[in-house]
Ligand binder design. Structure first.
Ligand code: MF3
Ligand code: CO
Ligand code: CO
Length: 352
């Protein structure tokens, strides 16, 4: 695995849905953020990766039946041609520029007008995601989900944020089974028993709203259902502790503690992020236990988007430079909301 953040990697975390991490300035193409780069990292990083490997071995269930009997490993399918967006729909600046988008944009804190715009883009993202979820059935191709999502977003005068983001070829991410995140919709038909995360981001009136849910396709076994359920609980527990003045690191602790109770792993390489006028802004939101500084402020918007695994937490990236899967092929689930910090807590903007 020379090209990956995978098992051997010393590479520190990558913004989730990314954007690099604080040690990597984004002069590089996004996909290079995932690559092993000898000599550029500190020993402390190597140490922490090693420890995380150890944690994995000791506490997760990787040796049970991560890849059980029936389920076939996910394989890339074929991509359909790029879908056009009508000229009258405003694009985010990264679409044309071909420059890799970075995360060096400061936190997203809004005035009243900005909050209204965030509510509108959050609501649209949630509605699109809800609709996409109704399409999840055995036999539908993930490309057909992309088609439907794309159409609904442009019908509402918005731009599908993933399309052209760092070269991403489609309008939504569809991450099936062992895919941790950033799955590219393709010709693969969903199968009975699959779990699939659909991650919708829309750019409406200059503001992004970002949300994802892991859906069950047909008859899903109890082991997978449990993972999906606990991942969702992690997101809601984390949201429940958010308020002005609260330390961001409390999010990681809340999620990690809950995942530990079920011996699930928490993926570290992909993180939540500020979101608003910029798709991936400060701060970086870590989903695992950490000691980072920083507190939430009133009227700030950011995402929380934990990824939990049954087995290994280490990611492998496919040759498409996007699709991220668990190294052992074991299942991964994710949920994401965009939230607004209010006087008394947090408002979920991406809720129907
Ligand atoms: N929506 C993802 C996130 O949660 C980002 C997807 S970027 C893409 O941040 F290019 F992969 F689409
Ligand atoms: Co996100
Ligand atoms: Co997202």
């Amino acid at each position: 695995m020379s090209r990956m953040v995978g098992a051997t990697s010393i590479q520190p975390r990558i913004l989730s849905s990314f954007v690099g991490d604080r040690f990597i300035q984004s002069a590089q193409p996004l996909h290079q953020l995932f690559r092993y780069n000898p000599g550029s990292k500190h020993l402390s990083m190597q140490l922490s990766r090693t420890l995380s490997g150890l944690t994995n071995l000791l506490f997760n269930r990787r040796n049970l039946d991560g890849l059980s009997n029936k389920r076939k490993r996910l394989r890339p399918g074929k991509l359909s041609p790029r879908r056009p967006v009508p000229d009258h729909i405003p694009r985010p600046s990264y679409v044309k520029s071909r420059k890799p988008p970075g995360i060096a944009s400061g936190p997203e804190v809004h005035d009243e007008k900005g909050i209204d715009c965030m509510r509108a883009s959050g609501r649209l993202a949630a509605q699109v995601l809800e609709y996409a979820g109704t399409l999840v059935k055995p036999g539908i191709k993930t490309d057909e989900i992309d088609q439907a999502v794309h159409q609904m977003i442009i019908d509402n005068g918005a731009y599908p944020s993933p399309l052209g983001y760092g070269g991403f070829p489609k309008s939504v991410c569809t991450s099936v089974n062992e895919c941790i995140c950033h799955g590219i919709p393709d010709s693969r038909a969903l199968e009975d028993g699959d779990i699939v995360n659909i991650d919708v981001t829309v750019y409406l009136n200059g503001y992004h709203g970002d949300t994802s849910t892991t859906f069950l396709c047909g008859n899903v076994d109890d082991e997978a259902r449990k993972l999906v359920q606990v991942t969702k609980e992690c997101l809601y527990k984390a949201i429940s502790i958010c308020a002005p003045g609260v330390e961001f690191k409390k999010i990681g602790k809340t999620i990690h503690d809950h995942a530990d109770n079920y011996r699930y792993g928490v993926v570290q390489q992909f993180v939540g992020h500020g979101v608003g006028r910029v798709f991936h802004a400060d701060p970086v939101i870590l989903h695992y236990r950490n000691n980072d500084a920083g507190r939430m402020v009133l009227n700030q918007t950011f995402t929380i988007e934990p990824m939990l695994t049954i087995g290994s937490i280490n990611p492998i990236m496919w040759d498409d430079n996007w699709t991220v899967v668990t190294e052992d092929g074991s299942l991964s689930a994710q949920f994401e909301h965009t939230i607004l910090i209010t006087q008394d807590g947090a408002e979920i903007l991406t809720q129907c």
